[in-house]
Design a protein around this ligand. Sequence first.
Ligand SMILES: [Fe+2]
Ligand SMILES: [Fe+2]
Length: 185
Amino acid sequence: MVQDARTQQREKVIEVLHRARSMELHAIHQYMNQHYNLDNQDYGEMAAKVKLVAIDEMRHAELFADRLEKLGAQPTTDLPAKVLKGQNVEAIFPFDANLEDDTIVKYNQFLMVCRENSDSISMKLFEAIIDEEQVHFDYFDSVRAHIENLDGTYLAKIAGTSSATGLQTQGFVARQGGGTPQRGA
Ligand SMILES: [Fe+2]
Ligand SMILES: [Fe+2]
């Protein structure tokens, strides 16, 4: 029956949306832990940027949740992995660059699942979010390279900078002048 085929297609899309939402929730926790950590180590500017990236991930988690609700599913709250604690500044940036790169690879696969199952709305959502994950990757990877190549000189410049982000809710990508279009926009 046509209806059964459509239900099966929808189930496949729902599955990848749950997985993506779960990855976003993990990234939020991981980056929040890191920004407290960086702030404690007095790397204020990095702490502020990692916090803004966490805010982007919150927006992504909500966008996936909105889509799941539209498809009649209750958004997951499960985390796919444990949050690592106590990472030092040298460990954080290669770890995060990897996490973003892995997310880009997986979201490209999820996007294909949406296409194969005739859900272009979910497909476009993945496409827009992948663009933002790429901005995150570029930031994490450039800091990773600076720390690796300039070592103490780079970190010395960051030490003692402010971690203030102000009373606003815009994340990292929006401050770079980009961003995923909001619903209804
Ligand atoms: Fe994200
Ligand atoms: Fe990200």
